[in-house]
Design a protein around this ligand. Structure first.
Ligand code: BG6
Length: 511
């Protein structure tokens, strides 16, 4: 399941998907397509990791023909692509690019689509697998899914078909359930591939490799040895041009319910018996099921929300969230969340997990820190120059990609004094990863779909369980509007209450 697309990181050649494949891109002229999907597919072409018989059918309202579409993608790749544009590679890559202009709500569009697919089949002399990629607003997921179902695309005798969707999968437990039920009206669960782009990150996948590929960690990966865990996913950017979406979403829905719970499930799941997709997915769901949804009192005590006011990020003056484009002037949407939660199972019972995530924070940084229990006796005179009292295993997920272990070592000299020191593994150095920065994070996910490997995609039950964890927070917040927003200055590490949340337990965020 773990593949590398970064030069120098791969031992051998990447296996080429063997099934002929057609990707039908709903939203072919949209932002996701041009910024991430096309650059990712182009990277796959560069690595020769696309099937020999591979086509893209772009679909959107815009009037274009196949040639215009090819030209548009070429232009977008030159602007947004992650690597130098190579016209001869592009010529080959785009040889089966097709375009269909149509209204997504018209049955005619789906009839036209059928014809296009058959046309490609003829070029391939095969019935290709068809992947319908929803690079469209979630508001129309259901409508497009219904049209595809009614046109017979979900149950085709002579070929495999599937849909790929991206978050948000609903905006609370009930709407996620409704979305899943609606999709299931037409598609079997194994035809629905839900993307969480965090799972495409090498460093996130490495959590599993690190835990289960090294015999030394698993025996101590539990409540007997681990004191607490910190997960920080901090962003420097504000809401940018996405105020319209974000103001209806907020940090809880945008980051916590999905990306962060995915990271948490990798970090805390039981050892799988294999790297088979269903085994891993079952293990992840089990972790989420062991997090008891909070009572109202627990939400009050263990969850902090914040919204940025004006400030300065990396030397640039920035405006308050409420002054951002397409944001309500009185918005109560949170741009920051901190949560303390517990996984109530045999492995983790009693180990607090502190999570925080927010926009316009001091630095861009995603990291996980596992704090081990300190040695039982303070035998040594520890030099308290850093606030490190115990061993820590730190996973730097981005932008720094590294793992470090904080140990204590003797300070040279006549006294037996100790000081924290670091053992450090850096991706760039260890894997001579010259390609670093050239990946969008979608390559592995799209490649896995072409390889029919759903491991990195989320099943309906995982999404629903994640919403069950978020739901009491949504409910409590909707009843109690915040009185203190904005409560943190842009360019800081968030509201004071987030410090209190962890400091009251005698710990500190590792900024
Ligand atoms: C997206 C959120 O899912 O993830 C964005 O909608 C957020 O608000 C982004 O900025 C963060 O992704 P990454 O890969 O930059 O950490």
């Amino acid at each position: 399941m773990i593949k590398h697309f970064e030069e120098g990181a791969s031992e051998g050649k990447i296996e080429k998907p063997s099934d002929p494949n057609i990707i039908v891109l709903f939203g072919a002229s949209g932002d996701l397509t041009k910024r991430l999907l096309m650059p990712a597919i182009y990277n796959l072409a560069y690595h020769d990791a696309l099937p020999e018989k591979f086509a893209i059918i772009g679909l959107s309202k815009d009037q274009m023909d196949d040639g215009d579409f090819k030209d548009k993608v070429a232009k977008d790749l030159q602007e947004f692509g992650k690597r130098e544009f190579d016209s001869s590679l592009y010529e080959k890559f785009s040889s089966e690019f097709h375009y269909l202009s149509g209204d997504f709500d018209s049955p005619q569009t789906y009839e036209d689509l059928k014809k296009k697919i058959e046309e490609v089949d003829q070029h391939f002399s095969a019935k290709a697998t068809v992947t319908f990629y929803f690079a469209i607003s979630p508001a129309i997921f259901q409508m497009v899914s219904d049209h595809l179902g009614e046109a017979g695309f979900s149950k085709m005798e002579d070929r495999k078909t599937r849909v790929i969707l991206e978050k948000p999968f609903g905006r609370d437990f009930q709407s996620a359930l409704d979305l899943n039920n609606n999709l299931h009206k037409h598609w079997l669960e194994d035809q629905i591939w839900r993307i969480d782009h965090y799972l495409g990150k090498e460093t996130v996948q490495n959590l599993l490799a690190f835990r289960f590929g090294n015999g030394i960690f698993e025996p101590i990966w539990n409540r007997n040895y681990i004191q607490h865990i910190q997960i920080t996913v901090a962003e420097e950017v504000g809401v940018e041009k996405r105020g319209d979406y974000y103001d209806k979403s907020g940090a809880l829905r945008d980051m916590f319910q999905n990306h962060i719970l995915q990271v948490l499930s990798y970090l805390c799941m039981e050892a799988p018996s294999s790297f088979e997709a269903e085994t891993i997915r079952n293990c992840k769901v089990e972790v989420l099921k062991s997090i008891t949804p909070m009572s109202e009192e627990e939400v009050q005590k263990n969850v902090v929300r914040g919204q940025y006011g004006p400030g300065e990020v990396k030397g640039e003056k920035t405006q308050a969230y409420r002054d951002e484009e397409n944001v309500d002037k009185n918005s109560n949407t949170e741009t920051f969340i901190a949560v303390k939660l517990f996984i109530e199972n045999w492995r983790w019972s009693g180990v607090p997990i502190y999570i925080r995530s927010g926009k316009h924070l001091k630095d861009k940084m995603a990291k996980v820190i596992v704090h081990f229990k300190r040695a039982p006796k303070k035998l040594f005179n520890i030099v308290e120059t850093e606030e490190v009292h115990s061993n820590e295993l730190r996973f730097y997920l981005q932008p720094k990609q590294a793992v470090s272990l904080i140990l204590k070592a003797k300070v040279p000299g006549s006294k037996m004094a100790l000081k924290p020191v670091k053992m450090f593994f850096d991706y760039q150095e260890s894997f001579d990863s010259k390609e670093g920065g050239k990946s969008t994070g979608y390559e592995i996910l799209i490649y896995d779909a072409l390889m029919n490997d759903p491991t990195l995609f989320s099943r309906a039950d995982l999404i629903e369980n994640a919403w069950e964890i978020a739901q009491p927070i949504i409910d409590h917040w909707s009843k109690t509007p915040p009185k203190d927003f904005p409560n943190y200055q842009a360019g800081t590490w968030g509201p004071d209450a987030a410090y209190k949340l962890i400091e009251d337990d005698g710990h500190n965020w590792r900024d």
